[in-house]
Design a protein around this ligand. Structure first.
Ligand code: FO1
Length: 336
């Protein structure tokens, strides 16, 4: 494995500072990325973030996964809640709810609102979402390159059956936050993905990266929307020998979130094996938790010669996240 942080030799591939590309959703990715930037210089990491969850609330473009990654990397996150800022208050949302404002079911914190006001200003001034994201990262002191999967609008939408048996079409956040994931999910669509273009820099970063990491994020809600943007799946598949994923499922359940509701909707089992099957064409290696060690031979079969590493994946703190990141990087790329 390359010695991270070693001075690069001018004129060689080491000089290109391409490092690691991570495909990321929200909380699980945020935790993992804190570990990743403990073993790779932060400026050598490019994070490609899901924007299928994005929505407009009170006229503001909210990008929950971009903000989770930003706050986790900046150390500004609320570790328990997972999303949003530490030391947060929700007085503005409470007042908007009292006033009966549309969209106030989505809880924007008062500090979080500052991010949204700044992003809104940048977008209104004509900046792309990529440019606005780079500017927010700079202002939060985050040296890692954060890229939305696309600057074009993509919305993750779910066909569900509600409690009265009626079929409904919901935005991901309506399903998850407003309706608390109580509906039975029939199908998932990434509306707009077909016409979207990868944000500038993504395809080149994937092509040149030493390693590509699929973070322990929800495969259906977070990673598949990224892969649905034309060009990205093909670029990742072409780099397969350099791609490693970390299972977001431990012992048959997601650490948090709704993967248990969404994997069955695409016909996959809620297990480390189910996720491996879902990603099988993309992976050179896969990392599972020790509690799933018995699944290793079956997963090795699915991965057609790919490496399966068994380690602790429950990121209770940054130290575990750092060990996990080091183990994931050791599975693929030069010297693996
Ligand atoms: N999740 C909730 O369960 N309730 C909320 O009111 C809520 C607000 C919110 C605001 C900003 C933000 O960045 C994230 C927020 N989330 C909220 C989390 C979000 O719905 C999802 O967890 C992600 O989209 C999935 O990655």
């Amino acid at each position: 494995m390359r010695a991270w942080g070693k001075p690069r030799v001018a004129g060689t591939r080491e000089d290109m500072r391409v490092g690691v590309v991570a495909l990321a959703g929200g909380v699980g990715a945020g935790k993992f990325l804190r570990g990743l930037v403990g073993v790779v210089p932060p400026e050598d990491v490019t994070v490609v973030v899901n924007t299928g969850d994005d929505l407009v609330v009170h006229g503001l473009h909210v990008s929950p996964d971009l903000d989770s990654v930003l706050y986790w990397l900046a150390g500004a996150m609320d570790r328990e809640r997972g999303w949003g800022r530490a030391d947060e208050s929700f007085r503005t949302t409470a007042e908007l709810r009292r006033l009966g404002a549309d969209g106030a079911w989505f809880g924007l914190g008062d500090l979080d609102l500052a991010t949204h006001l700044l992003r809104a200003r940048l977008l209104r001034d004509g900046h792309s979402l990529s440019a606005a994201t780079a500017e927010l990262a700079r202002r939060f002191g985050v040296a890692t390159r954060l890229l939305p999967m696309t600057d074009d609008p993509v919305a993750t939408r779910l066909s569900v059956i509600d409690e009265s048996g009626r079929e409904r079409d919901l935005h991901f956040q309506e399903y998850w936050v407003a309706r608390e994931a109580r509906d039975r999910v029939l199908a998932i669509r990434y509306v707009g993905a077909d016409a979207a273009r990868p944000a500038p820099g993504i395809l080149q970063a994937v092509e040149e990266a030493d390693r590509i990491v699929i973070c322990p994020s929800n495969p259906i809600a977070s990673i598949d929307p990224i892969l649905a943007v034309p060009g990205i799946r093909g670029a990742v598949e072409a780099a397969r020998d350099r791609v490693v994923a970390i299972s977001p499922i431990i012992g048959g359940a997601p650490v948090r979130g709704m993967a248990d509701k969404l994997l069955p909707a695409v016909g996959e089992a809620v297990s480390a094996t189910g996720v491996a099957r879902h990603y099988r064409k993309l992976l050179g290696a896969y990392v599972i938790d020790r509690v799933d060690a018995a699944a290793r031979p079956e997963i090795e079969g699915l991965l057609d010669g790919g490496t399966v590493a068994v380690v602790d994946t429950l990121m209770v703190d940054d130290a575990v996240a750092t060990s996990l990141a080091a183990a994931a990087l050791a599975c693929v790329g030069a010297g693996a």
